[in-house]
Design a protein around this ligand. Sequence first.
Ligand SMILES: Nc1ncnc2c1ncn2[C@@H]1O[C@H](COP(=O)(O)OP(=O)(O)O)[C@@H](O)[C@H]1O
Ligand SMILES: [Mg+2]
Length: 324
Amino acid sequence: MHLAVTVEDARAMLGLNARAFAKILEELGETTHETPSGKRTLTTVEPSTMRAVRGVRGENLGLFNGKKIVAFQGCKGGIGKTTLAYNVAVRAAQYGNRVLCIDTDQQAHLTMCLLGKEAGKHCWLDIFEERVPLAETIVPVGEHLDLVPSNLRMAIAEKRLGNTIHPKRIVAQYLTAIRDNYDIVLFDCAPALSSINHAVAFASDIVIIPQTTSRLSLDGLELSLDFLRELREDFGMAPEVRIVCNMFSQQETPSLRTLYSLMEQHQGALFQTAVRRCVKYPEAVDYERPLFLLGYRPSIAVEDLDALTRELLGLGGLRHGKNR
Ligand SMILES: Nc1ncnc2c1ncn2[C@@H]1O[C@H](COP(=O)(O)OP(=O)(O)O)[C@@H](O)[C@H]1O
Ligand SMILES: [Mg+2]
């Protein structure tokens, strides 16, 4: 997957005008080419260049607060875990962060999104069974973007995990071998209150629970929060929980009602960015490309996922302004 962005996008993402951007590129000795008119141009900007520019500006390349491991969880399916994990991962890589995605859902949707039909050979089950070290399961997807794929065999991983001595600690233990190679590790989890999800949450700094705008989805949120509270009770520590409102529509009363209720009850945990309902998400899957590589814009989906990524990375001021 080629993750480069256009020069205009790169400048907007970095908040730099043309002259300041060109000056930093020159300092970096970035190769530019001459057009017949003698004008020097650079047409696309690769993740490594974005990283170098951010480095020159002394920016922190990890997550906000130096956190690193993020899991998209929730006991319900269809709330946007995979969609958000996928597009945030791609966008974070485009910002120059080194990203590892880990798919632990046996449905392997994230794997299909990132690798298409050529799913990887290994999955977490092989790691649990100690057949291969984590590093060997990693498949490169694009510059600064890697994946530990999943496949149907993950269906028995839950049973395998039950046979280990410290099931809750096991994911955290395996991650230590590779965590320094990445700025961000993003887990996409199956919709379940399972031992694997508990172990992933235990290993995570942040658990993000997407919340759609239906009453039933709110019930699911309370169950997921209880599930994470157990970790605090059992181990005295638990990841920070963040909630993101997904499939939001200002025109729909239930949508507004859900958002207000989230703001009332979970203000501190709620992302500023509410992700609006947009047909581009399923469309992007049809085209087998992430939103940010669809090649046309603007769309509210690109705006919202960029804003969400910036918020997660602590990149300050939402580029497109608050959307709620
Ligand atoms: N903001 C959104 N607007 C429109 N469709 C969305 C949005 N977020 C997710 N979807 C769609 O909803 C469906 C379920 O999303 P998915 O990410 O697979 O959920 P989960 O991983 O929680 O099961 C997918 O078809 C996806 O394209
Ligand atoms: Mg999913």
